[in-house]
Each structure stands twice: as structure tokens, then as C-alpha cells.
Design a binder for this molecule. Structure first.
Ligand SMILES: NC(=O)c1ccc[n+]([C@@H]2O[C@H](COP(=O)([O-])OP(=O)(O)OC[C@H]3O[C@@H](n4cnc5c(N)ncnc54)[C@H](OP(=O)(O)O)[C@@H]3O)[C@@H](O)[C@H]2O)c1
Length: 315
């Protein structure tokens, strides 16, 4: 991939897609193409084929998909399955058929077993039962991860690269409480509690589950690194995390500091906790030479500044 290569970032308005645009541009890649969801529905095979035939992208970062938190996953499991499978099937096929050199696909840490030895090595993948609430989304992601392997195995044209980033955060995250992941939802709830001068906030669960978070720009840099080093890659997925996890309680304390919430936090232990721990073992990608750069607290502070400036247009 060189600075003039034609690069299609699918899902450029989202958390990861917008980070890819920023990082690619900062690195000097100047021939980036995008198309909004309204103008190109990636679940529509014909529209996708026409786009690839007309635009002839050389590299594709597939950051489009249906992504959400527990409530949304529980309410719309069929949408999570259908939309993600349709998008990846259309984009994988068109990439193969219309001359794409490499495509980066994003799996999810929820494709690892709910109860899994920690940190989770790539080898532990599919060795146990999935977390039930996100099983439909995970099933689509499993199809995509195996899809990358299968296309590489059967065809010799496009290189399919598969990254599993842990839970991401950053500008353009989703702060709508119905759809948000734990980090953005905590940021929004603590911000709301601060502005409403609440003395106390009640949060779900015991606060003891541990989670690993990665800034979207670190995932973007990992993606570009993988394309630039694609000749070193095995035909398998690669984890991409920071190697550090936090209990939800610790996260709530750090986040209170970031947003300036001074009230009390109470834990509603009658609510479910979900998977106890989700820490990726990222030694494979680290051994190739990539490493995360964003300091966690600083990344949160910058995300909060973005949140404050963009609230009216938030998803
Ligand atoms: N967020 C995480 O923590 C995380 C972790 C691991 C892996 N991933 C994976 O990383 C990828 C990006 O996630 P994200 O968090 O950046 O998602 P996001 O913020 O929700 O962005 C998704 C993007 O996809 C677009 N999109 C959705 N449906 C589309 C369709 N039918 N046609 C065209 N565009 C469509 C959205 O456009 P509109 O908003 O206009 O619909 C948006 O630009 C996903 O594959 C996700 O599974 C995410």
C-alpha cells in the first residue's frame, strides 16, 4: 500500500472508520474513498458490486457493521446476525471479484468463550460456549473470521486480514444508552449525573467484571500495520489489545475523574454482570512490531472533549 493507493474505508462515519480516516490521512495516504450508508447500503449485493466496479478500490478497511451494547443485542439479535453477515458477504465477494489487493476485517472478542482462560490467546478461540446475549452478533463475526481464512485458502488474489480488537473507544463512539458499550455509556451516565447535580448514581452489576479497552486510533494503526506487513502474516486472526484491563468499578472511578462527577457510586448487584473477564493476549501482533500508543486516561479525556463538543449530533 503506498500513499497513492486507492483505499476504501467502509463505515467511515463510525468509531473505527473515522479513526481510520484520521490515521490514514496523517500518514499521508491521500486517495481515500468513502460512501455514506444512505448512498450505499452494503447489505445490497447489486449496490456493492456497482460501487466496486466503478471505484476499483485497491485496499478495503471493512469498518461498517451493526454494533451495539447488551440491550440492543438482546432486542435485535436477528438484525445483528443478518446485517453483519450480509455486509461482509457482499464486501468479501466484491473484493475477490473486482481486484482488491487486501481487505482488513474486524472480529470481536465476544467470539471467544464466555468462560475462557485469561489472557485469551488466539488458540482459545471456539473452545467453549459463547456469551448468550451477544451470540447472534458473535455468530456473524465467527463467519467473517472463518471467511477471511477460507478466501485466503481458496483464492490467491485478495489478502484477507482479520483483526480482533478488544472493546474500542474514542471520538464518534456511540453514546445512545440503548446502543452504547460499557465505556461510552458510563461516560454519558456520569456526565448526566454531574450536570443534574446528582449526589448518587446507581450502576448495573457488581462492578467486578474486568474489561480491556483500546483506543480506535490504536486499532486503526494496527490495521494499517497489518496491511503494510501482510507478507509476514499467517492465515489466522490476530488479537489487538493493550494488555491492561480494568474492573468496571475502576473504570467508573477513572471516568468520574475525567468527567468531574463527585457524587457517590452505588452498585445494583441484582443486575447481571456478564462475562467475568475479557483480556486479549496480543503477543502475536506485538511480536510483529505493532504496539498501542494511546495513554488510557488521556484517551478518555480527549474522548470526553469530543463528546462535549458533539452532543447535539450524537447517535
Ligand atoms: N466498537 C467496538 O468496541 C468493536 C470491537 C471489536 C470489533 N468491532 C468491529 O469494528 C467494526 C466497526 O465498529 P464501530 O464500533 O466503529 O461501529 P460504528 O461506530 O457503529 O460504525 C459502523 C459504521 O457502519 C456503517 N453502516 C452500518 N450499516 C451499514 C450498511 N448497511 N451499509 C453501509 N454502512 C453501514 C455506519 O453508518 P451509519 O451510522 O450511517 O449507519 C457506521 O459508519 C465493526 O465490524 C465491529 O463489529 C468493534
Amino acid at each position: 500500500m503506498n500513499v497513492n493507493s486507492k483505499i476504501y474505508v467502509a463505515g467511515h462515519t463510525g468509531l473505527l472508520g473515522s479513526a481510520l480516516i484520521r490515521v490514514l490521512s496523517n500518514k499521508g495516504y491521500g486517495n481515500i474513498i468513502t460512501r455514506s450508508h444512505a448512498d450505499l447500503d452494503l447489505t445490497d449485493r447489486k449496490q456493492v458490486e456497482n460501487y466496486f466496479i466503478n471505484e476499483k478500490p485497491e485496499f478495503v478497511f471493512l469498518a461498517a457493521g451493526k454494533v451495539g451494547g447488551i440491550i440492543s443485542n438482546r432486542t435485535y439479535p436477528a438484525d445483528y446476525l443478518h446485517i453483519n453477515i450480509a455486509i461482509q458477504d457482499n464486501v468479501f465477494e466484491s473484493s475477490k471479484n473486482f481486484g482488491v489487493k487486501a481487505l482488513v476485517y474486524y472480529g470481536s472478542s465476544c467470539t471467544y468463550p464466555k468462560i475462557c482462560e485469561q489472557p485469551m490467546k488466539e488458540e482459545y478461540w471456539l473452545t467453549g460456549a459463547l456469551e448468550d446475549t451477544s451470540a447472534a452478533y458473535a455468530a456473524a463475526k465467527i463467519a467473517g473470521i472463518i471467511g477471511c481464512r477460507s478466501y485466503n485458502q481458496q483464492f490467491n488474489s485478495t489478502k484477507y486480514i482479520c483483526l480482533i480488537p478488544n472493546s474500542m473507544f474514542g471520538p464518534h463512539d456511540n453514546f445512545d444508552l440503548e446502543n452504547a458499550h460499557v465505556l461510552s455509556s458510563l461516560m454519558k451516565k456520569l456526565h448526566d449525573a454531574k450536570t443534574a447535580h446528582q449526589n448518587e448514581i446507581v450502576l448495573w452489576g457488581s462492578g467486578s467484571p474486568r474489561r480491556e479497552f483500546i483506543h480506535s486510533e490504536d486499532t486503526a494503526r494496527a490495521s494499517i500495520f497489518m496491511v503494510e506487513n501482510s507478507e509476514k502474516l499467517e492465515n489466522r486472526h490476530y488479537n489487538a489489545g493493550t494488555g491492561t484491563d480494568y474492573s468496571i468499578k475502576e473504570l467508573a472511578e477513572i471516568m468520574s475523574d475525567v468527567v468531574g462527577y463527585k457524587g457517590k457510586i452505588t452498585w445494583d448487584t441484582s443486575k447481571p454482570d456478564g462475562t467475568p473477564r475479557k483480556l486479549l493476549d496480543s503477543s502475536r501482533i506485538l511480536s510483529l512490531g505493532w504496539k498501542p500508543q494511546v495513554n488510557f486516561k488521556q484517551g478518555l479525556e480527549e474522548t470526553y472533549v469530543w463528546f462535549l463538543h458533539n452532543r447535539p449530533g450524537l447517535k
